[in-house]
Write a protein that binds this ligand. Structure first.
Ligand code: DX5
Ligand code: ZN
Length: 216
């Protein structure tokens, strides 16, 4: 399993130092994009990703919390994304989502689909053969530092079970309220990648990342 520290919780006071600590201890960097429309918050534009890209060779895991993923996928692909994950709820339409997944693949990037806490995992079953990553939101998207929603375990298990019974290839990622208290259970339930913001950047980054990295 991998830890994907979330840039949302990285401090701009100690930007270089904190990014360096992440570079030395993680393989993924999670980059949240919010448009103030799909979620009631704004985060980062492409220039920030470009700046980070110049200072990091980690896998740039871009999480689009936006109403128009097709438009933003081009912009963040150009800025240095390695993978782009968007929300099913941006369209609530399987065919439209497949179009976006194909588009992300045409940019030679990994394509992920995410669901909000209120969305049932069955709703995206038809997308599972096409994606490289499934992102289970374990908080309402839009803000860091929220409490983990316990019902997320069942969703992880659902995606893990279908992955093994149907031999799908996607990785399973969980985002929101991840800490050393739930990391082990999340991995047991099926998570391959743990996104963590406030937990990683409070205190010692290296030991925080290590405390989330456990063997199954
Ligand atoms: C929330 C973002 C998360 C956020 C997680 O909408 O998608 O990536 O950074 O923050 P924590 O780990 O603090 O819940
Ligand atoms: Zn995120």
């Amino acid at each position: 399993m991998f830890v994907a520290p979330s840039v949302l919780a990285l401090s701009f006071d100690n930007f270089n130092e904190e990014l360096q600590a992440v570079n030395n201890n993680a393989k993924y960097l999670h980059f949240d994009v919010m448009d103030g429309h799909f979620v009631p918050n704004l985060s980062f534009g492409p220039d920030i990703l470009k700046q980070i890209r110049r200072n990091s060779s980690l896998f740039m895991d871009v999480h689009l919390m936006v109403s128009d993923p097709l438009y933003f996928s081009d912009i963040f692909a150009q800025a240095g994304a390695d993978g782009i994950t968007f929300h099913y709820e941006a369209y609530n339409d399987i065919n439209k989502c497949i179009e976006v997944i194909d588009h992300i693949h045409s940019l030679y990037l990994k394509a992920g689909i995410s669901i909000n806490p209120d969305t049932k995992p069955e709703e995206i079953e038809a997308l599972l053969p096409y994606v490289d990553l499934v992102l289970v939101m374990s908080v309402q998207p839009g803000f860091g530092g929220q409490a983990f929603k316990e019902e997320s375990y069942d969703k992880l298990k659902y995606f893990r079970n279908l992955k093994s019974s149907r031999r799908y290839n996607y990785l399973i990622e969980v985002d929101g309220g991840v800490s050393d208290r739930n990391a082990r259970d999340l991995v047991i339930a099926g998570a391959d990648i743990l996104v963590a913001g406030s937990y990683v950047f409070k205190g010692d980054i290296e030991s925080n990342i290590k405390s989330l990295t456990m063997k199954k």
